[in-house]
Design a protein around this ligand. Sequence first.
Ligand SMILES: Nc1nc2c(c(=O)[nH]1)N[C@H]1C(S)=C(S)[C@@H](COP(=O)(O)OP(=O)(O)OC[C@H]3O[C@@H](n4cnc5c(=O)[nH]c(N)nc54)[C@H](O)[C@@H]3O)O[C@H]1N2
Ligand SMILES: Nc1nc2c(c(=O)[nH]1)N[C@H]1C(S)=C(S)[C@@H](COP(=O)(O)OP(=O)(O)OC[C@H]3O[C@@H](n4cnc5c(=O)[nH]c(N)nc54)[C@H](O)[C@@H]3O)O[C@H]1N2
Ligand SMILES: [Mo]
Length: 780
Amino acid sequence: MSGDSSAGGTTRTPTTFHWGRYDVLSSGDRVVALEPHPGDPDPSPVGAGVPEVNHAPYRITRPMVREGWLRGDRDPVRGRDRFVAVSWDRALDLAAGELARVRNEHGPTAIYGGSYGWGSAGRFHHPQSQIHRFLAMAGGYTASVNTYSFAAMEVVLPHVIGGGPTSLHERGPSWREITEHGGLVVSFGGMAVKNAQMVSGGPSRHTQTSWQRAAAGAGVGFVNVSPVRDDAADELGAQWLPLRPGTDAALMLALTHVLLAEELADTDFANRCCTGFDRFREHVLGRSDGTAKDPEWAEGITGVAAGEIRELARAIAAHRTVINLAWSIQRHDHGEQPCWAGIALAALSGSCGRPGGGPAAGLGIAEHGTRGQWRIASLPQPPGGVVARIPVARIADMLLSPGETIDYNGERITFPDTRLVYWAGGNPFHHHQDLGRLDRAWQRPDTVIVHESWWNATATRADLVFPVATSLERDDVALGSADSTITAMHRAVPPPADVRTDHAVFAGLAERLGFGERFTEGRSEWQWVRELYDRTRDRLRDERIDLPGFDEFWDAGSATLPEKDMSPDGGSFAALRADPSAAPLATPSGRIELVSDTVAAFGYPDCPGMPVWLEPYERLGTEAAERHGLHLVSNQPKTRLHSQYDGGRTSRESKVGGREPVDLHPEDARARGIADGETVRIHNDRGACLAGARLTDAVRPGVAVLATGAWYDPDADGLCRHGNPNVLTRDAGTSRLAQGPTSGTTLVEIEPAGADVPAVRAFDPPEIVEGRPGDATTDA
Ligand SMILES: Nc1nc2c(c(=O)[nH]1)N[C@H]1C(S)=C(S)[C@@H](COP(=O)(O)OP(=O)(O)OC[C@H]3O[C@@H](n4cnc5c(=O)[nH]c(N)nc54)[C@H](O)[C@@H]3O)O[C@H]1N2
Ligand SMILES: Nc1nc2c(c(=O)[nH]1)N[C@H]1C(S)=C(S)[C@@H](COP(=O)(O)OP(=O)(O)OC[C@H]3O[C@@H](n4cnc5c(=O)[nH]c(N)nc54)[C@H](O)[C@@H]3O)O[C@H]1N2
Ligand SMILES: [Mo]
């Protein structure tokens, strides 16, 4: 722990979050304010909302057990019940007993510990690392694979360009390279700087704006292919191509068509460095199926004029071009296709494997100043702990259909019979699709255990709730992805008296289950933090990099590593271009697979062996839009990290009438009799929510934008009073290949909600009753 006391009894403590470095100002046990670190050129405003949330009335301050679960009663259901405040000993005994019972009676697959989510930035207190280590040592569990962020991309691209799940993120050109050599950045899904506020692991400084500015200043042009104009900063002077959501693959195929038809395509690269070019070309030109994927064809699907498509294709061919794929374009039905079609477009553009050009993923989302990524030591995981796994977004399917088998990337996966769900560091009742369906599925397991700091919708739907310390209340070390500064996360204030760390909860359970010593290895939390730093230091020493000793680092607050950008300009695609047999990709052919025999052999009609346009289950311009005439974009919120700090000032001030704002084009609003600032009801066949209308011509007509993360607040009929878009999204996989989430594919209708609207209850804690007499005392 370290903090500098200053005058007036205020202590200043430097720390790091997912959204950057701050000095925490505290007085006694309370956080008073957060000030951005002076070294951060472009700090995130989200920090301003942290103090009040840390001490909010909806903070969970004691272990809790759901009353019906204690009684052994199914009624009232999870989410409607009262909670009993109990002692730590009783809560830990109950949880340990239940874990042992489920494992003994049903085997380890019956314990689901997927626990997806953006828990703390710190490496030691990272809740996923803690829960996985604990459940592995406790006898095994069912885990999840892939992410809500980019499931389709991370499953399909290894077939196309080889490498691991994030291989494209690390292979795209860096901003430095784009500034020095680039001519044009065409970004599908834009590159909103607001999304670069957050970096997994915690950014040491925010440099995205300055990188983008530098590229524009160097003459690089930008094209923002997105239904939302603000997905590119005004100062970039980007061309805006507002396509219909979910239609990127069609647009990309048409751009490719123009390159081929006008003989602008880099056929030399396609023939030497790709496989399947002939078959792909036949498909695009329409020789194999009779439909040319030309601009006129694409105009009917995308809503982008054929002339504009032609001009863009010519510009792509004429410049050193980056084809950037934001992750939003693949959170759609058949989300694999725009990833694959984007690679194909880049491969034929003439820029692939040349400095400052080629395909990129998530450029402008994370900090991508340079390409390389240092890795910090994390909590060791024992082998063999994962006894079964599911694609992460198939959780409701798993809970509802034990024993059912699904396809996944060439495998068959059978859902286990889940009896116990254990979550630490995620909020499925914000992040999952069709929350009404998840709410029903969530009633099936015998027991749900959750670690949370706040009474959000996941905590109120648990049976056993362990109240955990926030990252301001623990010591840790952090290193943001693609960052080169390791920062110390100093504990700024102590946790409330009856609140513990995730690690302490698991240590307490491990002790009861007989592996306490194995779990902690005899180290205190403080010793573990030192240990992870020392391991990182040892590892880097092998790469001839000297980090200061722990004490020096801890007092200084940070240690800087050299920038890691050692691959040549153009990256691995440059080596491929130079000599494909000397530098093959890790694909079966060693080349970019425009056609993949592996994927073709899976025989999935919803993901064939080459990039194609497949109709999504709903979109604008089809019959489905006659009933629900608006496409709902549920993007990342500007004012918070998903659902985190939704109750904080920054997020609260963005609400309209206390509800999540929904952006609507004035024409669409007029047609529906909706005024700016009015409460509206957004609905489709899956659900409904209330929101506050905001009229703006920065969205394409036909599109409504409701960011994710408003705390889920269903009334008795399932209407979310607060505006969580996931009551409207469909819970279906992208395809049999990736089974990723398809939150982007959502049509809705919107109407004025009228005067008689219910108040928002999202931040009301559940009713709490006292447990046994002994439960009231702290046994710290
Ligand atoms: N409709 C729609 N849905 C989406 C998306 C979308 O674009 N549209 N985006 C998806 C994406 S990309 C993602 S990544 C997910 C994000 O989904 P999540 O990562 O689940 O969302 P968060 O709100 O960040 O939830 C993190 C939770 O962990 C808790 N927490 C934080 N630190 C700690 C800790 O140290 N210990 C413990 N025990 N808890 C902690 C926080 O209080 C919070 O409740 O949402 C997905 N859902
Ligand atoms: N402030 C803030 N930043 C964040 C996060 C956060 O919670 N808050 N979350 C972080 C996380 S976990 C992730 S995974 C990344 C996600 O990064 P992204 O997935 O790129 O982010 P989104 O905001 O979901 O989408 C970006 C834009 O894509 C556009 N879009 C939506 N659908 C389509 C489509 O079909 N085609 C095209 N061309 N455009 C479309 C929308 O207008 C949207 O504004 O963001 C990270 N950054
Ligand atoms: Mo994400």
